[in-house]
Each structure stands twice: as structure tokens, then as C-alpha cells.
Write a protein that binds this ligand. Sequence first.
Ligand SMILES: [Zn+2]
Length: 241
Amino acid sequence: MINVYSKIDRCSICFLHKPLCICEQAKSIQVNTKVKFHFVVHANEWKTVSNTVRILEMLLINKEIYTFADGNQSIHTSWEKLPKIQGSKKNVAILFPLASVYLNVSANVSPDTDAPTNAAADTITDLIIPDGNWTNAKRIAKKIHLATGAPFIAIKSDRKSSYRLREQPKENFLSTYEATILAIKYFESDSTVQMQIEELFSFFDKFVERSLWVNGRIAEEDLKYPLDKSSKQFYPRKFVP
Ligand SMILES: [Zn+2]
């Protein structure tokens, strides 16, 4: 399929077409978590338009982003600066579905009924989240585990991924964005943060939908977040994917 709108400039932050940019909205959804999120992003992944850590970077206050570079492509701090577990203080974990410990979060129950299933999880202060395509993310996860000694944890949820920009290797696998939001839902007790969860998922759906629109993969009548008049003028021609 030919994308008739490929000549429209993209925003340098969210990578969507400028008329569809979601960066301003992101500024109104600032999430202040107790847990600090450390994203380790493969350098190639950072350049992709479908990367979701770039979106999280705008939303989360308590976070750090590191580059995992195979070559000389460091964009952020090197992943080798990640926090290490000090002595017996096991408060750092790697969020990745290689985990031996699964934390249960149902997507459809209210947060106050989500009792932690693992006492150790209560002490987590720092979560490390590998990001890349699945092959790279798995490699990053293992390297981090060896370097920091941090254990793996994963979130078990009945939530289906709405990340329609890439094929997931398994049906229940989630994007980095979705896994992060579920971790926030699990670890954060603050009611203000809990009230932001659905807003964060809606914001993600909007990003996915607009990315599909940019790629000519969704029809206008199927948009859950319709384009406003000022954006629509950039897309005068109707196209059907
Ligand atoms: Zn933007």
C-alpha cells in the first residue's frame, strides 16, 4: 500500500506526523511513581517510529533511560551505569517475561483488590526494563541479570495487548509500554497514580491508532480518537486500508 501522506513532517519526539503530535497531551499526564523505572533501550530500537519507551519518557517523572549499544551509538547513559544490588538489599528487579516470579495483576479488578502475591515484591524500589525487538530484549535482559544480579519478575495479567504496530511472538506478550503501566498498577499504592492508569492506557491507544493512521493502516471511520478539524485538513483524501 502506498502511504499518500508520507511527505508530512514528523514530530522529533513522538515521531508522529506533526498535525497528530501527542506531546502536548503527554505534558498533562505526568505520573509520579515511588518505584524508579530504568529503561534499557537497544540503540536500534530507539530510532523506530513504533518505539514505546519514547512515549513513556514523556509521561513518567521517576525514570532513567539507558542505551544498550552494540556499536558506538550511545544516545543515553550506557546500560553499564545501571544500579547494582547492594549486599543483601534486594530491591532491584528486571521486569521481563523470563521471570520465575510472576506477579498477578488482573486488568479488570479495582486496584485495592490487587493484593501482592509475593512479599519480596513490596520492597522493590527500582525496576529495570529491557526494550528492543524480542531477540534483542531477551539478550539485554540476560546481560543485565549477569551484570547486576537483579532477579526477573513479570506481571501476569488478563489484559490483551492493544499494540497493533508489531506482531508479538506470543499471544499474551505485551509491549514495553503496557508492561510498564501494569507494573505501576501493581506497585503503586498512591490513589492519584492509580487514577491515572486508565488514562495511560487510553493515551497509548491513541498513539497506536495515530501510528496506524500515519501508515495508512486504519480507516477514518474506525478511529476511536477522531482527528480534529485542524489536523484533518492535512489529510484531505479519504483512503481505505
Ligand atoms: Zn510529538
